[in-house]
Design a protein around this ligand. Sequence first.
Ligand code: AQP
Length: 332
Amino acid sequence: MDRIFSGVQPTGNLHLGNYLGAIRNWVRLQNDYECIFCVVDMHAITQWQDPAELTANTREVAAAMIAAGIDAKKHIIFNQSQVPAHAELAWIFNCVARMGWLNRMTQFKEKAGKNRENASVGLYAYPVLMAADILLYKGTHVPVGEDQKQHLELARDIAQKFNNDFKTDLFPVVEPLIFGAATRVMSLKDGTKKMSKSDPSDLSRINMTDDADQIAKKIRKAKTDPEPLPESTKEFNGRPEAANLIGIYAALSDSSVEDVCARFGGEPFSTFKQHLADLAVSSLAPMQEEMRRLMQDTSHVDAVLADGAARARAVAEPILGEIKDVVGFLSP
Ligand code: AQP
């Protein structure tokens, strides 16, 4: 069976975009792939994280994966820092990847902003660690959003250069798995920006921990335009907020964007927002309830992460051994 690796950073404010764009799709992959899902805490510290919050956020992301329906017995859920082989392989890959390749990464430019001199070395090398995450398990498929495609290409380049330099076929070619509808959820305050954990405005996103009142309020306050709901996707042009809210409705109701337009087209946003709020509250409630339960007593989540890490180490260590042999590292 092909193997999938994917991760979420425990950087706080896990949101509807992370759920609809990543975690929910992972649940659907479980029958067709051997899955390794990782809370990438080592990626998270490429930007400052308060230590106590990092611990709490690590548990929250794991709780979301479990609550969403990922089977942690059949597949692996763990946090990255419990498997030291990620850091070891990242170092080897730091010596394979070229500065020129990393200099082209747009996410570094966006995250470092104007103050590049003050960004951490870790933030710069982030895509190298991501390549190590995937290739440490000889992952063949990675479910990624649009925003991660460039990093995945870098992982392919690193694997290929390693294979060429050492005249081996140790690493497989990694394929992206890109999902169709509503993989990209946009900010409720600006339909041209993605919904993001780090947006300073809490009203821009629906957090997985928001209660029914907060969800309803955020949808009520979501930015719209003065026109009624579009009757077809052809009218989406120049209306990013309308497209976003309709996309969210379609994703939550498992219907097509066209169907949602056909049903609500011509209605005022106020009516549609009420329907959307009811749908969001009712469809997220079971998962949120389960997340709350798991976060009240974290012993189950901690046990899942420890067990997952032990099983991840069992897969990763022989592969890392193979890699070290190829590189020429002497071991007893
Ligand atoms: N708005 C989104 N719509 C759809 N998918 C999204 N993802 C993130 N935002 C959206 C997907 O969630 C997975 C985990 O993302 P991450 O933890 O690596 O964080 P990120 O991609 O950097 O985006 P965030 O959550 O908004 O965090 P910040 O604010 O720190 O950038 C990925 O599969 C991602 O595609």
